[in-house]
Design a protein around this ligand. Sequence first.
Ligand SMILES: [Cu+2]
Length: 297
Amino acid sequence: MIRRLAALAAAAVLASLIPAPAFAHGAPTTPISRTAACAAGGGTATGTAACKAALKANGGPFGTFDNLRVANVNGNDKKFVPDGELCSGGLDNFKGLDVARDDFPSTSVSAGQTLKVKYRATLPHAGSFRFYLTKQGFDPLKKLAWGDLGGLLAEIKDPPLSDGSYGMSVKLPKDRTGRQILYIVWQTSSTADTYYSCSDLAFKTVAAPAVTPKPSRSSAAAVTKAVKPKAAVTSTTPEISEAAAPASEKPQAITTVGQETQVTLGHGIVLGALLLGGGVLVWALAGAFLKRRRENL
Ligand SMILES: [Cu+2]
């Protein structure tokens, strides 16, 4: 009996030493990312033709939507993520997300607008978000390559977390039309991981003023109306008002302390649970040992 308990306790201790399974982390839900739309545990768009095709191309189940991360990149994204594999971060269990299609679940946007971004953090980490947008002329029917992306659109460090999502906003360029991809790189500083995601955007076509030599008053009025969009931001998820405090307003010292705390609280919780489990086993073992001794006396 005691020997069996000892074996169990030893097994538990060994199990706690084996690297723990992947924990949840994050992915953009607004604008909806391919991983949040199609991958496990993410969005509700798995039934769409694009997600079905992506799953087929994946050749097996997707990884968890918030787990599209690569370790030890340290900012060398192009070295770790090959052309044509940007949406999967070069990861085998997300490779279906790289399929070139123009019908992935998308977010309708207007050129020049300020786009609200919600990056769901199932496990918050300190770090920086880098935003890239495909250049005008991008062909969605070709796999995304680094050369398709324009320069850095925005970089936001440690944005505010509200209702489980990082809230950010990015100003979109004025010259884009049609389907484009917003590529977000989340390089965390509290872990070794960098997260990658593709969010498909559909730029609204602004009605071009009719090219008539002498426009009548009524047609001019119609054009004015058409040019003024009612809502600037169209999101796939309901809006939640959020404190949009710029990252720069955060005191640097507190941010640093927060990072340390985050690491301890985040991945530390699991370690704590394992230690607690081990403690319970040791306690049970000791109890059984004492009981046996008492019986022997
Ligand atoms: Cu994580």
